[in-house]
Design a binder for this molecule. Structure first.
Ligand code: PRP
Length: 174
C-alpha cells in the first residue's frame, strides 16, 4: 500500500467538546423517554462509546450493520442489511448513530428499515455531515461536525479498514 498523507482536521479536544455539547442536547431532548441508541457498525463504535458515557439519561443500546464500501473510496450505490437490531423497537424512541453521512444512502435505507418496525420516533445523529456528496434527502437531527469534502479517517473512520483507532480526525490527502 502507498504511504498515506494525513492532514489534521479535528483534534481530540475539539472532538471531546463537541461530543460533550451533543450529549447535553440529547440528554435534554430525550429526558424520561429512554431512547434506543442504535450504532451503525463499524464506523460509529468510538463515537457512540464516547457519546453514551456522557448522557445523563437512561438509554438502551443496540447495533446494526449495512453493506460497506469495501476498499473503495466512493459508495457502491446500493445497501444491504448485514445485521439487524436485536431489541424490539416498536413504540420506542430511536436514535441512529453513525460516524459519517456522505451520499445519505445508508441512512435513508436504515431510516426506512426502522420505520417499518413502528418506533415512536426516529432521529439521526452523526459525527460528520459531509455535504458535497449528498444525493438523498435526509434530515440530520444532530451532527458534531460538517465538512464539505475530503476523505476523513480516525476516531472510528477507516480507509480500507485502516486508521479507525486514530484518536483524532484527519483528512487523507493521498
Ligand atoms: C460508511 C459510514 C456510513 C456510510 C456513509 O460506512 O460509516 O455508514 O459509509 O455513506 P453514505 O452516506 O454514502 O451511505 P462503510 O460502509 O464504509 O462501513 P464502516 O462503517 O464499516 O466503515
Amino acid at each position: 500500500m502507498n504511504a498515506k498523507a494525513f492532514e489534521p482536521l479535528f483534534s481530540r479536544q475539539v472532538v471531546a467538546q463537541r461530543i460533550h455539547d451533543l450529549a447535553r442536547q440529547i440528554s435534554q431532548d430525550y429526558q424520561d423517554l429512554r431512547p434506543v441508541i442504535i450504532g451503525v457498525l463499524k464506523g460509529s463504535f468510538i463515537f457512540l462509546s464516547d457519546l453514551v458515557r456522557q448522557l445523563n439519561i437512561d438509554a438502551d443500546i443496540d447495533f446494526t450493520q449495512v453493506s460497506s464500501y469495501g476498499s473503495a473510496k466512493v459508495s457502491s450505490g446500493s445497501c444491504e442489511l448485514k445485521k439487524d437490531v436485536s431489541l424490539d423497537i416498536a413504540g420506542r424512541h430511536i436514535l441512529i448513530i453513525d460516524d459519517i453521512i456522505d451520499t445519505g444512502l445508508t441512512m435513508v435505507y436504515l431510516r426506512e428499515h426502522f420505520q417499518l418496525k413502528c418506533p415512536a420516533s426516529v432521529k439521526i445523529c452523526c459525527l460528520i455531515d459531509k455535504q458535497i456528496a449528498r444525493t438523498r434527502d435526509i434530515t440530520i437531527d444532530y451532527s458534531a461536525f460538517t465538512i464539505q469534502d475530503g476523505f476523513v479517517v480516525g476516531y472510528g473512520l477507516d480507509f480500507d479498514e485502516q486508521f479507525r483507532g486514530l484518536p483524532e480526525i484527519y483528512r487523507l490527502t493521498s
